[in-house]
Write a protein that binds this ligand. Structure first.
Ligand code: AMP
Length: 409
């Protein structure tokens, strides 16, 4: 089945055309036929990038004023590059939807009720859900007969029990405003857990894992027998680890203090926490780990400090989730930093021998941007690098939902 996977943002559409079916899923032989993006939609300088492996990326700059035009151009580009003979070859569309609230614990075919529930969740993700829905409206219009499936970032974490998802606020806030931990990056955590089980030939009930998605946004998840039982992001993607520009865990009283001292508005404070904190905030220099590693190597103390805080926080969550799980079989690093930075993995795991974690430095150094084990033979936990592939999981979920097959967590 040829599936168009869409990730629609405020002014961009990222897309992949993936071919999958039950045998391909079993054999891990699904095919990414094309991938691309339309950026800066709404301007006369929008860029359209399409890559059809093994050919190089083709990029054009043109006027693309709305999503409708963006999708039309993306499909035309897929045809021009021979990835698609005609739009009628697209048999299903899978949409990344950021927030499924407490409505969705799995991927679903979008119908009127689902659409309404996604709209209800927009209040919890005002910067994402409306754009995700816009993608749905456009594809529904262009391909009215084609089934469309929503795959939620939050769905995997709906198994997190109340002891881990409730905040210590008056319970009425949970009842009235649904304030609780939702967690994000669920599709990524789920994908790397699936890969871990596959690599080691284990049923998902047979292994407990800690997964670390370390990209521009960062989160960690404790996975017991295939189910998320705790995760570091919370009501919003701001909680937990230190991130590129987000602060992660913080004493909420510090925010009131800063606001009163500097006379900041709610909007100012939100901008400070989202855009000017994290690695960028501490280093005062960059949110990009590559820049900070280079600066630290040159002796830049602020960059070194930012890296130290980043790694310490990961280490602390490994400890916390070891306690939550009781027994851990594997630790997985993924996303931009997790996949590509051996020194960060070393620092985050340093001193954790008591928890059964021993890194083999040669394996660690050799595992950059690819799947591989980085723990030593003596390590009790298998420590793995597994490149994430959220689009592939969206395509697989879409296939299974359309065929009426259960979607394994
Ligand atoms: P993502 O959000 O998954 O695309 O990850 C983005 C982050 O990955 C940025 O902080 C990049 O600096 C980081 N990253 C990418 N490549 C490397 C690398 N080779 N070493 C360290 N960090 C990297």
């Amino acid at each position: 089945m040829k599936i168009l996977v869409l990730n629609c943002g405020s002014s961009s559409i990222k897309f992949q055309l993936i071919e999958t079916d039950i045998d391909m899923i079993e054999a891990d032989s699904d095919r990414t036929l094309a991938r691309g993006s339309v950026e800066r939609i709404g301007t006369d300088e929008a860029t359209l990038n399409v890559t059809v492996p093994p050919h190089p990326t083709r990029s054009t700059t043109e006027e693309i004023l709305d999503y409708q035009a963006g999708l039309t151009r993306a499909v035309a580009a897929l045809k021009e590059s021979n990835a698609l003979a005609d739009i009628s070859q697209i048999q299903a569309v899978g949409h990344r939807v950021v927030h499924g609230g407490e409505y969705f614990a799995a991927s679903v075919i979008i119908d009127d009720k689902v659409e309404q529930d996604i709209r209800n969740c927009a209040e919890l993700a005002p910067l994402h859900n409306p754009h995700n829905l816009r993608g749905y409206y456009v594809t529904r219009k262009a391909m009215p007969q084609v089934p469309q499936v929503a795959v939620f970032d939050t769905a995997f974490h709906q198994s997190v029990p109340p002891r881990a998802h409730l905040y210590g606020l008056p319970y009425s806030y949970y009842r009235r405003y649904h304030i609780r931990r939702y967690g994000f990056h669920g599709t990524s955590h789920r994908y790397v857990a699936f890969r871990f089980h596959k690599i080691f030939g284990k049923a998902r009930e047979e292994a407990n894992l800690i997964t670390a998605h370390l990209g521009n946004g960062c989160s960690m998840t404790a996975i017991q027998k295939g189910q998320s039982i705790d995760t570091s992001m919370g009501f919003t993607p701001q909680e937990g680890l230190l991130m590129g520009t987000r602060c992660g865990d913080i004493d909420p009283a510090a925010l009131f203090y800063i606001m009163s001292k500097d006379e900041l508005t709610l909007h100012d404070m939100s901008t400070l926490l989202n855009k000017f904190s994290g690695l960028y905030g501490i280093s005062g220099e960059s949110n990009d780990m590559r820049d900070l590693m280079a600066a630290s190597a040159r002796g830049d103390e602020q960059a070194r400090l930012a890296i130290e805080v980043f790694c310490y926080r990961i280490k602390k969550y490994i400890g916390a989730y070891t306690a939550a799980l009781g027994h851990v079989d594997g630790l997985v690093f993924t996303a931009g930093i997790g996949e590509n930075s051996p020194p960060i993995r070393t620092l985050a795991c340093q001193g954790l021998e008591e928890l059964g974690i021993q890194i083999d430095e040669a394996r660690n150094a050799a595992t950059v941007g690819k799947e591989g084990e980085i723990s030593s033979d003596a390590s009790r936990l298998r420590v793995m690098v597994i490149p994430t592939n959220e689009e592939l999981l969206i395509a697989r979920d879409t296939f299974r939902a359309v065929r009426g097959l259960p979607n394994p967590h």
